[in-house]
Design a protein around this ligand. Structure first.
Ligand code: HEM
Ligand SMILES: *[C@@H]1O[C@H](CO)[C@@H](O)[C@H](O)[C@H]1NC(C)=O
Ligand SMILES: *[C@@H]1O[C@H](CO)[C@@H](O)[C@H](O)[C@H]1NC(C)=O
Ligand SMILES: *[C@@H]1O[C@H](CO)[C@@H](O)[C@H](O)[C@H]1NC(C)=O
Ligand SMILES: *[C@@H]1O[C@H](CO)[C@@H](O)[C@H](O)[C@H]1NC(C)=O
Length: 315
């Protein structure tokens, strides 16, 4: 290898090891749209104080964006006559919420700084602010993501894990996105807030054996063996508070989803669940770090993608 090609190779390694942080930055909008962060927070806080669950819905919306070809706002695109987006994918259909909150933020920011703030960044910051509004941990969001001009229904159907998965299938799903088992457990702690529909936990409350029978029976009243698919139950006993009750609930076999209880079912992740029960601060730190990592999955930067004017459609 010549000295020159060696230098070029070293340069390439140096650049790529910078990763996304070379392209995303904390102060991305500080001159182009100084009110961006405060606007997102104000609108998100108002939405969460009107309905606490909205904090959970925004967090989940961000997850379902990032696990499908990166955090590029692809999940926000509406279906049209000649475009099929991700909204009707199995994990999303009749389930994702919060689109109107993102629209409200976008409308305000298009008026303040037209064509500057991406839908992908709005969603990333709103997910953080929604978590904080429910007393969860905070984290620093890097900015500068751009919006996709495409979406993938098939990737949404395959890349987002479902509630029937086993521990090893959950580990595989997260490993495909670069997350280890500890990060799987920490991120699953997001189920400390929000609700799930009967269709997602029916099989668990009638057929699983690793469930407290009193708990299962109480849920069956509002989730019959057929019908009532959309009836809601809280994911943990304190669905409007971001706390560590999700994990103590797993210790007594009261996980709502089969996938939740898999994290505490005699396997390798039991010990981390125990740690998070005894040390809520460790959970908060691990969650925040894993959220930063999730938020940085494959962003479009530089001249890739676009800044959508309307988050629901390509410009
Ligand atoms: C570990 C694999 C995961 C599975 C199998 C899973 C599955 C589910 C399911 C089935 C629901 C109920 C949806 C409905 O009934 O409409 C749900 C809700 C929720 N999920 Fe997950 N999820 C996982 C990981 C995550 C992650 C990583 C996050 C965020 C970081 C997240 C955040 C949420 C939130 C906040 C809700 C409540 C949403 C609301 O009330 O609107 N989940 N999840
Ligand atoms: C879809 O149709 C609209 C109007 O009917 C058109 O403006 C747009 O370019 C079409 N998009 C694609 C991807 O063909
Ligand atoms: C999405 O939900 C609607 C309304 O319940 C339903 O009619 C449609 O078949 C569902 N789409 C898919 C792809 O499952
Ligand atoms: C319980 O499991 C059986 C066998 O797999 C299945 O046929 C049945 O539909 C399940 N019941 C519910 C309520 O999910
Ligand atoms: C299930 O929970 C009830 C209280 O809700 C408790 O009395 C019972 O002992 C629990 N069952 C098992 C098997 O732990």
């Amino acid at each position: 290898m010549s000295i020159m090609s060696l230098l070029v190779a070293l340069f390439v390694v140096a650049i790529s090891s910078y990763g996304v942080s070379a392209q995303l930055s904390a102060n991305f909008y500080s001159t182009s749209c100084p009110t961006a962060l405060s606007t997102i927070k104000t609108v998100t806080d108002a939405a969460v104080s009107q309905e606490a669950r909205m904090g959970a819905s925004l967090l989940r919306l961000h997850f379902h964006d990032c696990f499908v070809n990166g955090c590029d706002a692809s999940v926000l695109l509406d279906d049209t006559g000649n475009f099929t987006g991700e909204k009707t994918a199995g994990p999303n259909n009749n389930s994702l919420r919060g689109f109107e909150v993102i629209d409200n933020i976008k409308t305000q920011l298009e008026s303040a700084c037209p064509g500057v703030v991406s839908c992908a960044d709005i969603l990333t910051v709103a997910a953080r602010d929604g978590t904080v509004a429910l007393n969860g941990p905070t984290w620093n969001v890097l900015l500068g993501r751009r919006d996709s001009t495409t979406a993938s229904l098939s990737a949404a159907n395959t890349n987002i894990p479902g509630p029937g998965l086993s521990l090893s299938a959950l580990m595989d799903s997260f490993s495909n996105k670069g997350f280890n088992a500890n990060e799987l457990v920490a991120l699953s702690g997001s189920h400390t807030i929000g609700q799930a529909r009967c269709v997602t936990f029916r099989n668990r409350i009638y057929n699983d054996t690793n469930i407290n029978s009193t708990f299962a029976t109480s849920l069956q009243a509002n989730c019959p063996t057929s019908g009532g698919n959309g009836n809601l139950a809280p994911l943990d006993p304190t669905p409007d508070a971001f706390d560590n009750a999700y994990f103590s609930n797993l210790q007594t076999q009261r996980g709502l989803l089969h996938s939740d209880q898999e994290l505490f079912n005699g396997g390798s992740t039991d010990s981390l669940v125990n740690t998070y029960v005894s040390n809520s601060a460790t959970f908060f730190t691990d969650f925040a770090n894993a959220m930063v990592k999730m938020s940085n999955l494959s962003p479009l930067t530089g001249t890739n993608g676009q800044i959508r004017t309307n988050c629901r459609r390509v410009n």
